[in-house]
Design a binder for this molecule. Sequence first.
Ligand code: DAH
Length: 352
Amino acid sequence: MKDRLESLREEALSALGKIGDLPSLGVWETGFLGRKSRFNLLLKGLGNLSSEDRKTVGQQANGIRDELAAALANRRRELSSVSLSGLSETERIDVSLPGIKPATGHLHLVSQAIAEIGSIFGRIGFHRSVQPEVEWDWYAFESLNMPSDHPARDEWETFFVDAPNHPKLGKMVLTPHTSSGQVREMQRRKPPIRMIGISKCYRRQMDVSHVPMFHQFEGLMVDRGVSVTHLKGVLDHFARTFFGAGRKTRLRPFHFRFTEPSFEVDVSCGVCGGTGRLGDGKCRLCKDGWLELGGAGMVHPNVFRSGGLDPEEWGGFAFGWGVERTMMMRSGLNIPDIRDIYRNDRRFLEQF
Ligand code: DAH
């Protein structure tokens, strides 16, 4: 028994010498000194010895236990001072170094424009609404005074969705313009209405000035006694606030099925100040002092009927045009190709 105790002692001390980290010390301690350690198992044999032997072996065992405990404490001290001195190297912080700036993103320029347009109209009492991205034929065309055989529909190069027809509202399409929001809004709330709807639109088109998915904003005002002068005032408010003080709008007669009379809206050119002339020659941006924004007009009686309102009682105006185009017309922006906006090239997007 004496020899077995001695060899256990040697084994334990040599294992302890090889330990290089604090967690392994804990394992060593349970293995050699713990309650169920081999050392304790050995001591269970003490009871079988004669009282004489029990005394000497017991003394030997106590000596070994004290020795191992002392060696353990020593090793623990050594290892913790090593790991502490290492800490001062590995965890060193130089508080005088300049900080690392966390990367911060920002809203996409179209989201910025949408927020700005919404707030410009919000200030004069127009509330934001959103149109569905998938629409029924009836809302997109029929309700806006464009019967199914009408050639005016060709203007909206519509994507048809491969889905069952609605029994009353007809085919399913990707929303081709936000004007369907006029009728949805009339059905949704009682006049007076002042709405600015900003939503996604889809058309089969793609070149420097067109993308298949784009955004439009649609204004609608319905009340008693609304006239073209109200429309003009609202448009001028937008031109001044979005493009800058001194900018004006003008209305040119046009034709839309859902407004009567209908207009095209132009904004005075910011480069030549609306004169069409720059230095000795013509302004190269606008040619005649005006830039084309989009469509507008007085809501057609049939559109009121679609929305469940009596055209004898209510009047109103509407206007609508593209967010991307309007944004690109801001002087100084100089985006040569509308497709750049959606290419997701950070070198482009980070400039805005
Ligand atoms: N929805 C038309 C388009 O996409 C634009 C438009 C024209 C909207 C006249 C209107 C309006 O509200 O009155 O081309």
